[in-house]
Design a protein around this ligand. Structure first.
Ligand code: KIV
Ligand code: NA
Length: 264
């Protein structure tokens, strides 16, 4: 299958079609989602929560992201692979953003990077674009800033809509190939999508964006407990895995596994 590349995402936008993005953190899920036709895989810093068990995305390091990046690129044949710049790997300067991103492309073999932040990061985006590193902008609710934002809250309500619009426009103008919006009102996301020429991606941002993204464990129903409003579980993988583990343990305890056909 032909590799999805950045111009293909622009074609989705130009023709009014939608594409799908999922997070992935390892080779099996990357290969499964790739074969299922997911256009973009995100090596999200949400690995901090969804793989490593941290309470926030802040603790994950660039070296840790590289392990997940290399695992996903090992499994993805067709999908475009985008990797998050983790907290602390880009904020200090445009040069720091370029140095960290070079590692993600050179060692992680990803195709593009993503960074969180508003118009203040236009110089970082400009430096990355100048270095030939495709960069996706992440605006609206930005989990790395959750302490500053006072928790998980919808961004861009009321007068704050102008902040989201200005951030998206500034980052697109600086050379971002795509603008991702998290937890912004659907009408604000629609206005951003109409205002910028590049494709947009939403999570909790309504259905007017070019693409959608979900964390794969949320999409597959792996996680227990209350889910955010923007999550839809398209399967109950948690129950499937639990049932498999119970059956395995039952057969071990009863002595029926391994049988003669599994023995030498
Ligand atoms: O890390 C992540 O999972 C993200 C989202 C946009 C889903 O950045
Ligand atoms: Na992220």
């Amino acid at each position: 299958p032909r590799r999805i590349r950045i111009p293909h995402l622009q074609q989705f936008k130009n023709s009014g079609e939608h594409f799908a993005m999922l997070t992935a953190y390892d080779q099996y899920t990357a290969a499964i989602f790739d074969e299922a036709g997911i256009e973009v895989l995100l090596v999200g810093d949400s690995a901090a929560n969804n793989v490593m068990g941290h309470a926030t995305t802040l603790p994950i390091t660039l070296d840790e992201m590289l392990v997940f990046a290399r695992s996903v690129t090992a499994g993805a044949i067709r999908a475009l692979v985008v990797c998050d710049l983790p907290f602390g790997s880009y904020e200090v300067s445009p040069a720091q953003a370029v140095e960290s991103s070079i590692r993600l492309l050179k060692e992680g073999l990803v195709h593009a990077v993503k960074l969180e932040g508003g118009a203040a990061y236009a110089p970082h985006v400009r430096a990355l674009a100048a270095a030939g590193i495709p960069v996706m902008a992440h605006v609206g609710f930005t989990p790395q800033s959750e302490h500053a934002l006072g928790g998980y809250r919808v961004q861009g309500r009321g007068n704050a809509r102008h902040t989201v619009l200005d951030d998206a426009a500034a980052l697109a103008e600086a050379g971002a190939f795509c603008v991702l919006m998290e937890m912004v009102p659907a009408d604000v996301a629609a206005e951003v999508d109409a205002a910028v020429a590049v494709p947009t991606i939403g999570i909790g941002a309504g259905n007017a964006t070019t693409g959608q993204v979900l964390v794969w464990q949320d999409m597959a129903g792996l996680r227990s407990g209350k889910q955010p409003r923007f999550v839809k579980a398209f399967a109950d993988v948690r129950s499937v895995l639990a049932a498999a583990a119970r059956s395995y343990a039952d057969e071990v305890r009863s002595g029926t596994f391994p049988g003669p056909e599994h023995s030498f």
